[in-house]
Design a protein around this ligand. Structure first.
Ligand code: MLT
Length: 311
């Protein structure tokens, strides 16, 4: 009997592949390359992706046998869940696999942005010993505004507390009492923009959040504010951020995500006040192992017609 075919369209941890084991025919393709992905989908029962593969209506239509799409990570913005559901395809993810890694990457970018770590590192490796140019700011007694106090936002809040910061947040879905238990004051977006010395984004990408921090919002912030985005590109409008930094209305930014990825060229890269990383929030051995094993287990259950619990 033919084994069900699982198409792995992006890198999956060894541990995840081991969970799939010998019960399936595991095939690999480069999901970011449509000319490879679409023909490869013709015979697959399950598809495993990270964030670079667009699982849109066209991809789903190209996979008539598809029963499950598994996202080895949290965000589902690259999967057309509606089209999948219409086609009877289950969509699963690994909602907690990389939240610690994403929170830690946020801390890394907050500190790097406060202390000009990346810029000073690059200059020194270039033979430049510049101490005053890279004078930074302390976190102590600063106000940190968290946009989105979900799983990752909460971990960020916990990790920031020992730095002596005041924590405020914008989250229209969380009861203020729950935020207060975490030592965070919930405010309107406008108030967070006005008060924060650091703003860190932890929202999913959706119609409501794309461009949430645009030109109008960046005219309301303190000129000393640093903006961190380890969530999704496009929530902070890149053009508006560029102008705000250029015009001295924003002091700096730490960006791990971009509106179009891969992003190897951006006007933001020209600005010394901006530290960037290539979507590394979930890129730790631990997170990849957890994401890989969680989705592989879900795929196994789904293809066996069994109940798939939340990972
Ligand atoms: C996520 O949404 O979980 C991350 O962006 C995962 C990834 O790096 O692919």
């Amino acid at each position: 009997m033919n084994k069900p075919v699982v198409l792995v369209a992006e890198e999956l941890s060894e541990a995840g592949l081991a969970v799939l084991g010998a019960d399936f025919e595991v095939r690999h393709t480069d999901g970011a390359d449509r000319s490879q992905l679409l023909p490869a989908l013709a015979e697959v029962d399950a598809l495993i992706v990270r964030s670079a593969t667009q699982v849109d209506a066209e991809a789903i239509a190209a996979a008539p046998k598809l029963r499950v799409v598994a996202r080895a990570g949290v965000g589902l913005d690259n999967v057309d869940v509606e089209a999948a559901t219409k086609a009877g395809v289950m969509v699963v993810n690994a909602p907690t696999s990389n939240i610690t890694s994403a929170a830690e990457q946020t801390l890394a970018l907050i500190l790097a942005s406060a202390r000009n770590t990346a810029q000073a590192h690059a200059a020194l490796k270039n033979g430049e010993w510049k101490r005053s140019k890279y004078t930074g700011v302390e976190l102590d007694e600063k106000v940190v505004g968290i946009l989105g106090l979900g799983k990752i936002g909460q971990l960020v809040a916990q990790r920031l507390q020992p730095f002596g910061v005041e924590l405020i947040a914008y989250d229209p879905y969380l009861p203020p009492a729950r935020a207060a238990q975490m030592g965070v004051k919930l405010l309107s977006l406008e108030e967070v923009l006005k008060q924060a010395d650091f703003i860190t984004v932890h929202l999913p990408k959706s119609k409501e959040t794309v461009g949430l921090i645009g030109d109008r919002e960046l005219h309301q912030v303190k000129p000393s504010v640093r903006i961190i985005n380890v969530a999704r590109g496009g929530i902070v409008d890149e053009g508006a951020l560029y102008s705000a930094i250029k015009e001295g209305r924003v002091a700096g930014a730490g960006l791990d995500v971009f509106s179009k990825e891969p992003c190897t060229d951006s006007p933001l890269f020209e600005l010394d006040q901006v530290v960037v990383t290539p979507h590394l929030g979930a890129s730790t051995h631990e997170a990849q192992e957890k994401a890989g094993t969680q989705v592989a287990r879900s795929v196994k259950l789904a293809l066996a017609g069994e109940f798939v619990p939340d990972a």
